[in-house]
Design a protein around this ligand. Sequence first.
Ligand SMILES: NC(=O)c1ccc[n+]([C@@H]2O[C@H](COP(=O)([O-])OP(=O)(O)OC[C@H]3O[C@@H](n4cnc5c(N)ncnc54)[C@H](O)[C@@H]3O)[C@@H](O)[C@H]2O)c1
Ligand SMILES: [Zn+2]
Ligand SMILES: [Zn+2]
Length: 341
Amino acid sequence: MMRAFQVTEPGTIQPIEKEMPAIQRADEVLIQVKRVGICGSDLHIIHGSNPMAVYPRVIGHEVAGVVEAVGSGVTEVCLGDRVVLEPICSCGECYACRIGRANVCEKLQVYGVHRDGGCQEYMVLPVRNLHRLTDHVDISEAALVEPFTIGAQANWRGGVQKGDVVFIIGAGPTGLCCLNIAKAKGAICIISDLSEERLAFARQWGADHTIHAASVDVCAEVLRLTQQMGANIVIDAVGSPTLVEDAVHVASVAGRVVTLGFSEQPSQLTQVDMTKKELTIAGSRLQTDQFPQVVQWFNDGTIQPGEMISHHFPMEEIQSAVRLIENEPNRVRKVLLHVNE
Ligand SMILES: NC(=O)c1ccc[n+]([C@@H]2O[C@H](COP(=O)([O-])OP(=O)(O)OC[C@H]3O[C@@H](n4cnc5c(N)ncnc54)[C@H](O)[C@@H]3O)[C@@H](O)[C@H]2O)c1
Ligand SMILES: [Zn+2]
Ligand SMILES: [Zn+2]
């Protein structure tokens, strides 16, 4: 038997004992889970505000571990390798899958949401859902690969290129991952937040300009900073309906607006703003094919995510970790659970 933490129903997280998983197919790998990052979407599952979640559920989709055993057909990873989980499973047949956009598969299943995730000592996974890191990547930092793939996807959806001006709304973990990758691509980055603490960290992490949204007219400031051009790419990493309106307003001609939020409230957008500037408005959900590039950036040191981790807890203290994130969001960047040392 092994230890796991399960959200039995909204509002209740409980330690449970689970059967040790066993390899059943040639393409499967047994991993010992080492670290799991806690993300906003985990909190939604805990509180019952993620309509996609199915209960009871072992949460955790930001997972780093070590290979314990491999199926007979596995050649990509070996015993002892450090690996990260690519948490999406797709049908391979629907329109999205056929055009290489498996992240929005009609039958999408995500580990930690629709299937049991990383808050358990061991997992058996198809090898195609695992990516190998070199041994010098710290195992705690490895758990951040998944959130960085979210940032990579948003940059890809926005077509961010060297020299572009990127305005990121929100300097939470998601906005910071978008920032780090936009900087790696050679963009000029403006980022806004309501929290001075989060903006201070964003500056330390390479933001060229920060905007304190609680005290400044954000749209006017973006236009001022860009000599009235606006931002070529605006990434909404907050997800409130009025911010999409701001994003369309401050996007430059031929600009791209990328949305990451899941708000069900309508935004007021006028056609003229979109047509006149010929804007592209792109949703960005999870990621497609971003793991190899992000893993390479972790391996070669292009991304050095260590400072993004603000807290560590043993898995047994998941409740305290959740309370900390909820009570002191501005002190927290990424919280990691240690499942096995
Ligand atoms: N599409 C995806 O694949 C995906 C993946 C991960 C997260 N998300 C979404 O991204 C968003 C951010 O996630 P997170 O984990 O960083 O959340 P978070 O709550 O930690 O961070 C949000 C940040 O936005 C700031 N903020 C709030 N209102 C603002 C405003 N008006 N202007 C500027 N900043 C403001 C907050 O101060 C906070 O720092 C959420 O909506 C989440 O659901 C989407
Ligand atoms: Zn996440
Ligand atoms: Zn599909």
